[in-house]
Every structure is written in C-alpha cells, then in structure tokens.
Design a protein around this ligand. Sequence first.
Ligand SMILES: CC(C)(COP(=O)(O)OP(=O)(O)OC[C@H]1O[C@@H](n2cnc3c(N)ncnc32)[C@H](O)[C@@H]1OP(=O)(O)O)[C@@H](O)C(=O)NCCC(=O)NCCS
Length: 182
Amino acid sequence: MPDAIANGKSPAASRCQMTEIVLPNDTNAQGTMFGGRLLSLMDKCAAISAMRHADKVCVTVAVDSVEFHSPVNLGDVVILEACVNRVFRTSLEVEIEVFAENYLKQDRRQCNRAFFTFVAVDDDGRPTPVPALCPETEEEQKRYEHAAMRRELRLFLKGRTAMDETVYIKDELIAVISGRDL
Ligand SMILES: CC(C)(COP(=O)(O)OP(=O)(O)OC[C@H]1O[C@@H](n2cnc3c(N)ncnc32)[C@H](O)[C@@H]1OP(=O)(O)O)[C@@H](O)C(=O)NCCC(=O)NCCS
C-alpha cells in the first residue's frame, strides 16, 4: 500500500446507512417514489458519509451514474448505504447504493446506485484538504482504484482535465462516450 494512504482513515469509519418508509407524500400518481425524493435522500446519506470522513462541511459538486433499476413502491422501506471510495485533495467520491424492502412480499432488491463527489469547505466556503483514506479490504481497494478512473473521466468531460493529462482515458473511449470526433 502506498505510504501516502498508509495513515488514512478507513472507509468503514465513514459508512452511513439510512432507512426510510415510503409514504403517499413521496409518491407519484402511480404509487411509486419520485426520483427527486430518492435523490434528495441519497444526497443526504452520501453527505453524512463525506462529512464523517472529512470532519468538515462538505458540499455536493457532482453526481454521476445515477441508475434507477426498479421502482420503489408506496409502503416499501428504503435502505441507503454510502461509503467513501476515495479522497483526492479537497474532494471525495462517495458511492451510494439503494435497496427497497417489502416485508409483506419478503422481497429485497437493489434499486439504485450512484457516485457523488463532495468538496470539503472551510468557514468561507473555500475548498479545504481532507484526511487520506486507507482502503483495508480487497473490495475497498478495488473501489479506491476505480474511483481515480471515474474522477479522471468526470474532470475530462467537464473540461477540467486536458486529454494529454489523462492516464486512463483512451481516445476511442472518449469518442464513444461524448459522441464527438477527436
Ligand atoms: C464546490 C466548490 C467550492 C468548488 O469550487 P471550485 O472553484 O471549483 O474549486 P476548485 O477548482 O479548487 O476545485 C475543488 C475540488 O473540486 C473538484 N471539482 C470541481 N468541479 C468538479 C466536478 N464537476 N466534478 C468533480 N470534481 C470537481 C476539483 O477537482 C477539486 O478537487 P481536488 O481538490 O480534490 O483536486 C464550488 O464549485 C461550489 O461552491 N459549488 C456549489 C456547491 C453547492 O452548493 N452544492 C449544493 C448544490 S445545491
């Protein structure tokens, strides 16, 4: 393990789980949960995880790979699980997974997954450095490595990283994803 992360906090230390029941106010006319309501809960759960790690106020700067696999129904119990995948200088990537449980049908399914990027800020709202993260398990190590690739793509697509600064991205991949000629 690289020295730079050897003294960091573990991902487990910032894990956050939230549980909510879906009530009529949370649903549309079809009796399924509004996507925006779910995103709001996800943002809250992911922010708690980021702030547990950073010990500072963290603001959402980007959300990507939101996937709604299956609807969440009225009466379902929603479980959100967030953990920090990797920290950079002032920013952190948090992965969040959402499950729905229906006790009447004895059913539990994964509904959603997304990656949130937060930035730790000081009292003046300026980005401020966060403690290192030290992955401990094989799964955490994999998430740690993949987070760097996602960050590179994220910053490239936002025009914050030039192609000649990228490590992981290949021209062909970018052409496919962005739909433009390079
Ligand atoms: C977050 C914020 C302080 C960053 O300001 P900034 O001027 O872009 O700051 P910097 O350029 O120094 O970037 C700070 C970090 O954010 C990261 N970042 C900025 N934009 C990003 C994006 N679109 N995706 C991923 N990371 C991003 C940078 O890579 C940098 O990370 P690093 O320090 O780990 O390398 C500013 O954009 C902000 O206040 N945004 C509003 C946040 C908010 O209100 N969120 C709630 C929405 S209602």
